[in-house]
Design a protein. Structure first.
Lengths: 322, 322
C-alpha cells in the first residue's frame, strides 16, 4: 500500500524537476461559490499536467538494468508526455501507445519531448494489451498511467503541496475536488490530504459518461462502464477504476460527483476569461463541479485541482465561441 | 520622486487585495533562451493585469472628501478595470473614459467590476481632455494611468515581489524586461529591482510602432511618436512617455527594445501551447523579446513580466490559427 511517507519520499525525488504549481484564488470564483475556492494549477506543471509527478517518481526508481531496456507506456496523452519527458531527463528510451484520436498537441508534444509513439484505435483496440505485447517482446517495463504504487505516490505530491500552501495561507480546507480517471491523482491526493486534515472530504470528479469510480464507490467493488461512451474529457476516459487506486479511494473518499460536457465547457470559458489559464476538458472537471454547483461550496474552503492544460487551439476556440 | 520605501509602503497597503503572482519558469523557454528565464505572471493578477497595484495604491490614499466625490480615469482597458475594482473595494464611485475600440472583454469587465464607462474615438478625440473636463465639472480627482507617484509606487510592488521570489529561488537576475506604455510599471519595477540588484539591467519593451520610450532615452528628452500608428498591443499605445515615469526611466533603465506584431503573436501562441497561460498582446511583449531574440539571454538570468491577459476570445483564436 501507499503511505504518506512514500509521498514525502517522492516529493524529495521530484524536487529538482517539478514545478511547485501555484494555488490560485479569484474573488469572482469565491463570490460564485459563496465560499473560499483554491485552485491547484497543475495545468502549469511541466508537460502541462500533474502526470509528470508520477512518471518521474516511477522512472527514477528503475534499476540500471531496467532503465537500459527502455520503457513502454499507454496513455491518452498527458501520461504520454510525462513519461517521454521523464525518460529524456533520466536517459531512458520511451515508447508510448496512444489513441490515434488523442489531441494533436498531446501527440506532438510527446514526440518533441523524446517519446516514440505507437497509435491505436480507442474504440476497437485494447491499449493495455498492445503495450504488454511490446513489453513482452522487449522484456522491458510497462509504466501504467495510474495503477502503480510509485505513480500514486508521485501524484500524491500535489496534495502535499496543497497542504503546505493552505498552511502558508492560514486556511484549513473543508473539501478537495480531484479530476478522476483511473484514480491515481485522486488516491495520491486523498492520502496526503487526509493525513494533513483528518476531517477533510475528498471527492472524485468524473465526466457523466465515465462515472466508474462513483458507481464503484456505491457498490463497494470495481464496476465497469461502457467504453464506447463519449465525453469531451479525453483525459478522463477509463472503463473501470484501478485495483490499487480503488482500494485507496474506497477507504478515503467522501464520495464522487459527475459533471456534464457543458459544465466542463463553462469551466474552460471561465478559466480563459477570468483566470487567464488554459485548462483542458479533463483538467476542468473539478472547477466545473464548483461553478455548476455539483457540490456544496457555501461557507466552505474548497480545493479544486486543475489537472491539465493540453488542449488543441481549435477545440479551445470552439469552446470559447460556445 | 518615488523611493523604494514608497514601494514597500504600497506593498503593505496592497497585501489584503493583491495576488502575489507566481514567477513561472519553463524548461523549453530556458532552452530557447540559452539561459534562465523567469516570467512574472501579472496576467494572473486580480482584474487580469498589474494595473490593480497602482490603482488601489492611489485610491486607498484619497481623503474621505476626495473619495466621496468619486474619481475619473482614462484607460485603454486594463487601468479601467483596475480603477473600477479598486473603487468597488473602497466604496468609491468610478467613471472611466475608454476608447470605443478597446477589447470587448475590457469594457465589459470594467462595467461588471462596478465602473461607469464613457467611450471615445481613439483616433480623433483626446482622452486626457475628456477626462479632465468631466473632472472639472464634478470637482473630482483624475486617476491617471501611469504618471503619478502613487501609481508608480503601486506598480513597483511587482518588482518587489520579483526580488523576493528570485531570492527564494536562490537566483540573481541579470536583467529584467518590462512591457512599456506610459512607463509606470517599468519605472516602478526599475526602482525596486535596481534597489535589490544594483547591477541589474532593466529594459523597456515596446511595440515597434510605439517606441516613444526608446526614442526618448536616445535623445534624453520626452519624444512623441505618431499616434495614428497601429499595433496589435492595445495596452501599449501612448504617444509619449510620462513626465515622472520618464525621469525615473532615464535614470535607471539600461535601454529599450522593440517587438513586432508578429513577435507578439508568436509569444501568445507559445504561452498558450507551452505555458498554459492566456496573455494579451501588450502583456506578451517582454516574452516576445525573449522568444524572438530581441535581447541577449544566453547564460543570463532574465526576468520578463507578463503584464496582462485581457484578450477577446476571437482575437485569441485568430492568433492561435496564425
Amino acid at each position: 500500500m501507499v503511505e504518506s511517507s512514500d509521498i514525502v519520499a517522492a516529493s524529495k525525488r521530484l524536487l529538482p524537476v517539478i514545478t511547485r504549481t501555484p494555488l490560485i484564488s479569484s474573488p469572482l470564483l469565491d463570490e460564485i461559490a459563496g465560499g473560499k475556492v483554491l485552485l491547484k494549477a497543475e495545468n502549469l506543471q511541466r508537460t502541462g499536467s500533474f502526470k509528470m509527478r508520477g512518471a518521474y517518481n516511477l522512472l527514477s526508481q528503475l534499476t540500471p538494468e531496467q532503465a537500459a531496456l527502455g520503457v513502454i507506456a499507454f496513455s491518452s496523452g498527458n501520461h504520454a508526455q510525462a513519461v517521454a519527458a521523464a525518460g529524456t531527463l533520466l536517459g531512458i528510451e520511451t515508447t508510448i501507445v496512444m489513441p490515434e484520436d488523442a489531441p494533436t498537441i498531446k501527440i506532438e508534444n510527446t514526440r518533441r519531448l523524446g517519446g516514440t509513439t505507437v497509435l491505436y484505435d480507442r474504440y476497437t483496440e485494447d491499449r493495455d494489451s498492445i503495450a504488454r505485447n511490446i513489453a513482452a517482446d522487449r522484456g522491458c517495463e510497462v509504466v501504467p498511467p495510474y495503477d502503480h504504487e510509485h505513480i500514486i505516490a508521485g501524484q500524491g505530491t500535489a496534495g502535499l503541496e496543497i497542504a503546505a500552501q493552505c498552511s502558508e495561507l492560514g486556511l484549513t480546507p473543508d473539501q478537495a475536488l480531484v479530476c478522476c480517471s483511473g484514480g491515481g491523482l485522486t488516491a495520491g491526493c486523498a492520502i496526503s490530504l487526509c493525513d494533513a486534515y483528518p476531517d477533510i472530504d475528498v471527492y472524485a470528479v468524473e465526466p457523466e459518461a465515465f462515472d466508474d469510480t462513483a458507481r464503484s464507490l456505491e457498490t463497494g467493488q470495481r464496476e465497469s462502464i461502457d467504453v464506447s461512451a463519449k465525453s469531451i474529457c479525453d483525459a478522463l476516459q477509463v472503463a473501470t477504476p484501478g485495483q490499487i487506486t480503488f482500494e485507496i479511494n474506497k477507504r478515503l473518499l467522501a464520495g464522487a460527483t459527475a459533471v456534464t460536457d457543458d459544465d466542463v465547457r463553462e469551466a474552460i470559458r471561465f478559466a480563459f476569461r477570468h483566470l487567464k489559464l488554459v485548462v483542458e476538458p479533463g483538467g476542468a472537471a473539478a472547477l466545473a463541479a464548483v461553478l455548476c454547483a455539483r457540490i456544496e461550496t457555501r461557507d466552505k474552503v474548497t480545493v479544486a485541482v486543475l489537472s491539465g492544460g493540453n488542449i488543441d487551439a481549435k477545440m479551445f476556440a470552439s469552446i470559447q465561441e460556445g
